[in-house]
Every structure is written in C-alpha cells, then in structure tokens.
Write a protein that binds this ligand. Structure first.
Ligand code: 6PG
Length: 265
C-alpha cells in the first residue's frame, strides 16, 4: 500500500483529524456575510494561483442570501476571477431547478445571475432523476470534473456549510445511516426531516477531505446546538455538524453574536 493510499484510508475511517476549529464571531448576520465573502475571495484567489481553478461546494438555506450579496458587490466582485470557478453543492433538494426549494435556484438568484461563471461550470443536480439515480449521476460528475487518482477523493478547495437547529449539516441528519457511508461520495436521502424529503448529499469522507470548510450560522435558534458542538465538554454526541472534521484541511465557523450567545465568548 502506498503512503498516500494509507492516508486516504485513515481519512475515510475518520482516524485522523486536525486542529481545532477557528471560530469567528460577528455582531450581525450582515457583518458575518461580509467577512465570509472576503474569506471566499481569498481562498478562491489562492486556489486559482495554485491550481488554476476554484472548486467550491455551496449549501442551501440562508447561506446564499448571507454570503452572495457582498461577493457580487464592489470591492469584492471585481477582485474575483469568476470564469475560474466550478460550483457544486454540498447538498441539493430533488426538486426542479427552478423550484423555490432548489438550492441551485437560491444560488442562481443571489449569485449566478450577477457574475460570469460559465454555465457548464455550474454543476447542478439532474432534476429529471429520482434521488438514487441523481446521486449516482452527481458522483459521476465529480469524477469527471475532479479526475482524482484511483486512490484519491475529489478534493474541494472550499465547502460552505450551514447548520440546522438539530445539528444537521448538508443533508446529513442526526442518527441517519448515511452518516456512516464510506463507499459513496454522494448519497440519496429519501426521508429528510427538513422538507423537502428527497435530496442528495455529499458524504462525510468527501466533506472531510476538503482543503477548507466553513460553516455559516446565524441566529439565536442555533445557540443551543452551537454550545453543544463548540462549547467545552464535547456534548455533541456525534451530531452531524460535529462530525465535520477535516483530515488535513482547516475548519472555520462564521457565526453571529446571537448564535454565539451560549458559547461564553
Ligand atoms: C439544505 C441545507 C441545510 C442548511 C441548514 C441551515 O439544503 O437544507 O443545505 O444543511 O444549510 O439547514 O439552513 P439555514 O441557514 O436556513 O438555517
């Protein structure tokens, strides 16, 4: 077994983990959004300088609304090499792409219709497919665009995640069997407790292989679960968001004061 293959296998088994998360707290969701957008611009420039393209995965929920407005406004907008972006989703709902529930649709309305990311580099769910087939097709898209070696995973430059009040992230929900998935990069979900029920999601090994991961979480509704995940005493009990632990990348939390209320910082 080669050294790098051993590392990948240890990563997949969750046997390696790096550094504590870096927690950034901001007075309001707007200030948080601005700082997160600056972070994205910095990582995008670094990825383009090092590898010629920026591979980013987005999430749904409030994230596009928080982060995209400062990204598409000056001074950030013209600092970005938009044609170098490849956009994917950490999770997507199995609904038509023009449905208001679609995560693509949220990103389209706040980001894509304002900047020049080539349409063929926006890697959407195939909304004609049922969840099983859609997950298989999305995994094939990852293979085609990333072209990882046989022993490697597709490695994102940045995965942007949200977190629900129950500690879910992407479409990885508490106590769900997909949390244990190690054989697939993308999994179907048929029973999401957050509607709509049918989704696809990146699995934990892919998420944890990213170079950088950033959670974006705002609002008092997230204070309790954030205290479990980030507070002292490790009370998170395997909640999905607490299982996001990049193996050799770094982990950031961008949170507002309301969400940070019970962290004692
Ligand atoms: C989705 C998600 C999900 C989301 C969280 C947080 O598509 O439902 O990607 O994981 O990010 O539920 O959502 P809010 O930011 O709206 O609280």
């Amino acid at each position: 077994m080669t050294g790098s293959m051993a590392v990948v296998m240890r990563r997949q088994a969750g046997l390696t983990a790096k550094a504590d998360p870096k927690v950034h707290t901001f007075s309001t969701p707007q200030v948080l959004g601005q700082a997160a957008a600056e972070f994205v611009v910095r990582l995008a420039a670094q990825a383009v300088a090092e590898r010629g393209r920026f591979m980013v995965a987005l999430s749904g929920g409030s994230l596009p609304k928080l982060v995209a407005p400062p990204l598409v406004s000056e001074p950030l907008r013209s600092q970005v090499d938009w044609p170098a972006w490849h956009v994917f989703w950490a999770d997507e709902r199995c609904v038509p792409l023009d449905n208001p529930d679609s995560n693509y649709r949220g990103a389209h309305d706040y980001l894509f219709n304002q900047v020049d990311i080539p349409a063929e580099q926006i890697h959407t769910l195939d909304d004609s497919l049922a969840p099983n087939a859609a997950a298989t097709a999305y995994q094939a898209t990852l293979a085609e665009v990333f072209r990882p070696a046989a022993w490697q995973l597709p490695r994102f430059d940045l995965i942007l995640l949200g977190m629900g009040e129950d500690g879910h992230t992407a479409s990885l929900f508490p106590n769900h069997p997909v949390l244990a998935e190690t054989g697939h990069w993308v999994a179907p979900i048929f029973d999401s407790p957050k509607p709509p029920p049918e989704r696809i999601t990146l699995t934990l090994p892919i998420i944890n292989d990213a170079r950088h991961i950033a959670f974006i979480a705002a609002g008092a509704g997230k204070a309790d679960v954030l205290a479990q995940i980030l507070g002292s005493g490790n009370r998170a009990d395997g909640l999905p968001a607490s299982r996001v632990r990049p193996v050799s990348g770094d982990l950031h939390w961008f949170i507002d004061q309301a969400a940070a209320l019970k962290l004692g910082i």
